[in-house]
Design a protein around this ligand. Structure first.
Ligand code: AMP
Ligand code: MG
Length: 330
């Protein structure tokens, strides 16, 4: 059988185990998301959730994949960026499996994994990635040995922004999907700060302004609609500028916010108007998942990027553009 890697994702609220072979065939994904009872994510409680659930998710993924542990050729884990306690929960399970099964341990950058799963599913060789998730908002492209961050949020991730706004409007986590439904009932485009700074964006000013409009009695549906249109226009603008500068044509999406139909449509319209294409992976492959870690682990292991357990510390602030990607060379 082709090389098979088990991958563990635990950077934030999602604990997930994926099993993927070297042709990017997903044999199994088992996930469970920590949902705080109120407010935002608490790192230690999310980590406790992952510690409790990961062993069962490993078992479930192996059963779904219908393989035996000895048929697994390597164990990949998300090394960063993410919340320290959450990362350590996944890394500890990965080290244990690697030692028990006597298989290589392969660290994977979470953002690179979003790019790689979108790249292989799209069939596009060298697309631009708009990565829009809870904690991260980046425009990424490959150049000379690394994935480069061309633009990003200067404050909070777009997903965190949507979640905070929705909680401020009286809802519960996660806010993005609920806001998307609410926005369908909105029609009045309210004036909100449009914060694009060169290749970068910022959202906290829009959060303050939207909550102030809410306090003055603006309808929730109009707020949801206006926030979506304004925030997604900002992301579309920096993605378009990146395409123009890098003379690229195609865009792939990643991250939980890439599930959003309005964002998909706006980026598609922009890309197609330039003669390019837009590809958004199926939603389970946009959100955080173990399959993208396993797939990137496949690429990394073939390029020789395994590490001994002693050198497998997590890196909560790991930067996309500092991670070597030798499989892309040449
Ligand atoms: P991730 O961090 O990639 O796991 O994605 C989680 C984030 O995606 C959360 O902030 C969610 O609110 C957001 N999200 C999920 N679905 C949607 C959607 N349909 N529209 C906008 N945001 C979404
Ligand atoms: Mg993510």
């Amino acid at each position: 059988m082709a090389m098979v890697i088990l991958g563990i994702e635990s950077t934030a609220h999602t604990a997930s185990v994926g099993i993927v072979d070297e042709t990017a065939h997903v044999l199994a994904v088992a996930s469970d998301m920590y949902r705080p009872p109120s407010g935002g994510i608490h790192p230690r409680e999310a980590a406790n959730h992952h510690v409790d659930l990961l062993p069962g998710l490993v078992r479930a993924a192996i059963e779904t994949a219908r393989i035996r542990p000895r048929e697994i050729d390597g164990v990949a884990f998300a090394q960063g960026p993410g919340l320290g306690p959450c990362l350590r929960a996944g890394a500890t399970v990965a080290r244990m499996l690697s030692l028990t099964w006597e298989r290589p341990l392969v660290p994977v950058n979470h953002c690179v994994a979003h790019v790689e799963i979108a790249r292989v599913l799209s069939g596009l060789d060298d697309p631009m990635l708009l990565y829009a998730s809870g904690g991260n908002t980046q425009v990424i492209a490959y150049a000379r040995g690394r994935y480069r961050v061309l633009g990003e949020t200067l404050d909070i991730g777009i997903g965190n922004f949507l979640d905070k706004l929705w909680i401020g409007l009286g809802g519960t986590f996660p806010g993005g999907p609920a806001l998307e439904l609410e926005a369908r009932n909105g029609s009045d485009l309210l004036d909100l700060p449009y914060s694009v700074h060169g290749m970068d964006v910022a959202f906290s000013g829009m959060l303050t302004a939207a909550l102030a409009l809410h306090a003055k009695g603006a309808a929730r549906a109009d707020l949801a609609y206006s926030v979506e249109v304004t925030a997604y226009a900002m992301l579309t603008e920096i993605t378009e500028r990146a395409l123009a500068h890098r003379q690229r044509e195609s865009v792939v999406l990643g991250g939980g916010v890439a599930c959003n139909e309005r964002l998909r449509a706006m980026v598609r319209t922009m890309a197609e108007s330039r003669g390019g294409t837009m590809f958004a992976p199926p939603k389970p492959m946009c959100v955080d998942n173990g399959a993208m870690i396993a797939w990137t682990g496949n690429l990394a292991l073939k390029a020789g990027l395994e590490v001994p357990v002693e050198a497998s510390a997590v890196e909560p602030r790991q930067r996309t553009d500092l991670v070597p990607t030798p499989w892309r060379a040449g």
